[in-house]
Design a binder for this molecule. Structure first.
Ligand SMILES: Nc1ncnc2c1ncn2[C@@H]1O[C@H](COP(=O)(O)OP(=O)(O)OP(=O)(O)O)[C@@H](O)[C@H]1O
Ligand SMILES: [Mg+2]
Length: 451
């Protein structure tokens, strides 16, 4: 067993000594770069594509830092306690138990105690009060899935860093165009390390050099999907480990709307009805034809439920749209419209925009994309469909679509609320809402039929 002084000397000579000799781990080049950066800097931002080994090497560093700095206090933080525990903490425990040399201390379910005020703890940022009480000469805060931390929680993190020499490591997929992680990468105090899937040995060799890490098949699959949906930002964030290039908050840019006019796609026809909630709102009925052309059927004001239901049923009949492809905003008065139609034997689909996302567009938006609610999912699907030139959106929709802004909630994509927009613009983007509703669900589970 080497003495503490010998260990420190060995690490000074070779920063990868601990993972290699004590844990038996070998790294690919960017993991090595990340590990060296941790030795050299107090602030490190590791951004990367999926499964490139960020969490794995961070776990090794947690073990090294705690084991080699008497009195060390390490906090492993995730957007939620469960995420932290199931991610980085799990890797810490796995590396601890498979170490070539016993590392010592008492390993518990969610903490590792090495002595008095010498510990590693797991915390969820969803409970900011749990972030207090970390001080000392050797403080390390590791935030996994850092892009998913809500902006308001960063002040709590900053207070943890108050101790002199405290170290901070952020690990994330740079899928959010704004936020703390993005700011950190522009801050000269941070060393930024990028782990691109394209440079990973599994991908460059096409072999499974590091089992469990990113594969060439996955990268090829994402490329195909991004080509189809022209979603370069998904490719950047999830594969290259680079931040999105597009305008951070507009849902669909003007060039994409203009390009959409050339769309030539076949689909079952659809209807979307956005029901007026306030006196000033309009009821908007949108038809997406079998040639995937969006058209306004009618707009009217007033909250007469019977009139609205009657108008919708007439459209279903006259336009030959299946009730199963007729989507109605079911909040407030809309719920009554859905009930009335059903009662009359036309089983239209009620959509509660505030409910949980369904995941039914995952084949199009990507399995890794998560949403704050169904409204965000519908709008994001519409965006992907528009970018794929698979729906033609005429000019009378553009003003309302231009009002739709993306606002992230943690890592989840959200859309600015109607209430916010009403405050800002004095009206709500009803045409955009009705159009998004028309795409509340794909027709079937088969990709080429539903895009
Ligand atoms: N150097 C390595 N040696 C052996 N296995 C590794 C190594 N690096 C990563 N792995 C394995 O590859 C898989 C992915 O690694 P990891 O979870 O660290 O990636 P990540 O970059 O954190 O991914 P995500 O962006 O999805 O969080 C894990 O199963 C991990 O055990
Ligand atoms: Mg990870």
């Amino acid at each position: 067993m080497p003495t503490a002084a010998e260990v420190r000397a060995a690490i000074r000579k070779d920063p990868l000594w601990f993972p290699r000799v004590v844990l038996g781990h070998t790294y690919w080049s960017r993991q090595g770069e990340l590990y060296r950066a941790l030795h050299e800097c107090d602030r490190v931002a590791a951004k990367g594509g999926h499964a490139t080994g960020k969490t794995f090497s961070a776990a090794d560093y947690v073990l090294e830092f705690a084991a080699t700095n008497p009195g060390a206090q390490v906090v492993i933080l995730g957007p939620t306690f469960e995420q932290a525990k199931g991610g980085l903490w799990k890797d810490v425990r796995a590396a601890y138990y498979s170490a070539k040399t016993p590392i010592g201390g008492v390993m518990g379910a969610d903490s590792w105690t090495l002595g008095e005020r010498w510990f590693v703890r797991v915390r969820g940022a969803d409970k900011p009060e749990s972030l207090h009480g970390v001080h000392g000469a050797h403080v390390l805060i590791v935030i996994d899935e850092a892009a998913g931390l809500r902006d308001e929680l960063w002040s709590a993190v900053d207070s943890l860093l108050a101790s002199d020499g405290a170290k901070l490591l952020l690990l994330f997929n740079p899928t959010r165009p704004t936020g703390y992680a993005r700011d950190a990468c522009a801050n000269p105090a941070f060393r930024v390390v990028t782990l691109s899937c394209l440079e990973h040995p599994n991908v460059t060799s096409g072999e499974n050099v590091y089992p469990g890490a990113v594969t060439k098949a996955w990268v090829d699959d994402v490329r195909r999907r991004c080509d189809l949906t022209r979603d370069e930002d998904y490719w950047r964030g999830h594969v290259l480990g680079e931040f999105p290039a597009a305008d951070p908050d507009s849902l669909i840019g003007m060039p994409d709307l203009e390009a959409s006019l050339a769309a030539k796609t076949k689909d079952v026809p659809r209807l979307g009805l956005d029901v007026a909630r306030f006196g000033s709102d309009r009821n908007v009925l949108v038809h997406v034809t079998a040639d995937r052309e969006a058209r306004l059927v009618e707009e009217w004001s007033g909250q007469d439920l019977m009139y609205t239901a009657g108008r919708l049923m007439r459209a279903v009949r006259e336009l030959g749209v299946s009730p199963a492809m007729t989507f109605v905003d079911s909040c407030g008065v809309g719920g009554g419209v859905v009930d009335r139609c059903r009662e009359a034997g036309v089983p239209v689909v009620g959509v509660d925009a505030g409910s949980k996302a369904t995941g039914r567009w995952a084949h199009l938006v990507g399995r890794e994309t998560t949403f704050a609610n169904r409204r965000a999912e519908m709008f994001w699907a519409l965006r992907c469909i528009c970018k794929s030139v698979a729906v033609s959106i005429p000019r009378d929709f553009w003003a309302d679509l231009g009002m739709i802004r993306v606002a992230y909630r943690g890592n989840d994509i959200a859309i600015r609320s109607k209430e916010d927009m009403r405050k800002e613009h004095g009206r709500s983007p009803d045409r955009a809402d009705a159009l998004a509703l028309a795409f509340a669900a794909p027709q079937s589970a088969f990709f080429f039929e539903v895009l």
